[in-house]
Design a protein around this ligand. Structure first.
Ligand SMILES: [Zn+2]
Ligand SMILES: [Zn+2]
Length: 246
């Protein structure tokens, strides 16, 4: 029986060779990574020098443990940010395909990369996706953060709470707003359907730009009983850029 199974798997590989979910090239035999070598080479990891709290990359070459200016002024409510890499080049392309072009099949490959950077760094009780307002959800037909959260939940064997944190007010796009206007824009944007009791939360989103959205959501989670919030995003914007949305 095992021989038959092996033969069937071999036959399926010959008939339907696995392909890179981003560039569609056929994987070489025995390939185990979620993307091809070319695409992965285009994913720029976070540099060693970055803010330990919000993962903002620094210009300095050497690693550093000091907080960035923004976190020094006002400590964010989340305690750490995990990210696959810089929101740039191939990773930006992958996120755009996933988020705006209905390429929902990128959920698992991106979640695998995100799960690798989280690794054993942190124990969590619950995964919560950044919610979309119902009107935005109807427009896009899916919440990319929920798809990512579900896959990370499967990989880590953790429950995903998809209706706990709610986007109760539709907000303006964050891009182009000043830091103060971002704060105002997000005021009362999030709510909770019930309270927590000390759970350690992994808050999942696709991109972090200034961290204002993740901060607003984390604050609501902590005010409603979460014990700790860490954030997991695929891409971390090096600074505010026109294409960034959060
Ligand atoms: Zn590829
Ligand atoms: Zn920071």
């Amino acid at each position: 029986m095992p021989d038959l199974r092996r033969t069937l798997i071999w036959l399926a590989d010959q008939l339907f060779p696995a392909a890179c979910p981003l560039c569609r090239c056929t994987f070489p035999a025995g390939w185990r990574d979620p993307f091809c070598a070319n695409c992965q080479a285009g994913f720029k990891p976070l540099p060693p020098a970055h803010c330990p709290r919000c993962a903002l990359p620094f210009q300095a070459v050497n690693s550093s443990s000091h907080l960035c200016g923004r976190c020094s002024l006002l400590r964010p409510p989340f305690s750490k940010v995990h990210c696959v890499g810089l929101y740039d080049l191939a990773l930006r392309k992958a996120i755009h395909q996933f988020k705006f072009n209905q390429r929902v099949g990128l959920d698992r490959p991106l979640a695998i990369l995100l799960d690798r950077v989280i690794a054993d760094d942190g124990q969590f009780d619950l995964i919560i996706p950044l919610p979309l307002h119902p009107r935005r959800l109807r427009q896009r037909s899916y919440n990319q953060s929920l798809l990512l959260a579900k896959e990370i939940g499967k990989l880590r064997g953790l429950p995903v709470a998809s209706r706990l944190l709610l986007k109760q007010r539709d907000t303006l796009p964050q891009q182009g707003l000043s830091a103060r206007d971002r704060e105002m824009n997000l005021r009362s944007a999030f709510g909770m359907s019930r309270c927590l009791s000390g759970e350690r939360i992994l808050l999942v989103d696709d991109v972090m730009t200034t961290g204002a959205t993740a901060s607003a959501a984390s604050r609501v989670l902590l005010q409603n009983g979460a014990g700790e919030v860490q954030v997991a995003v695929v891409g971390r914007a090096p600074s505010e850029s026109p294409q960034s949305v959060r």
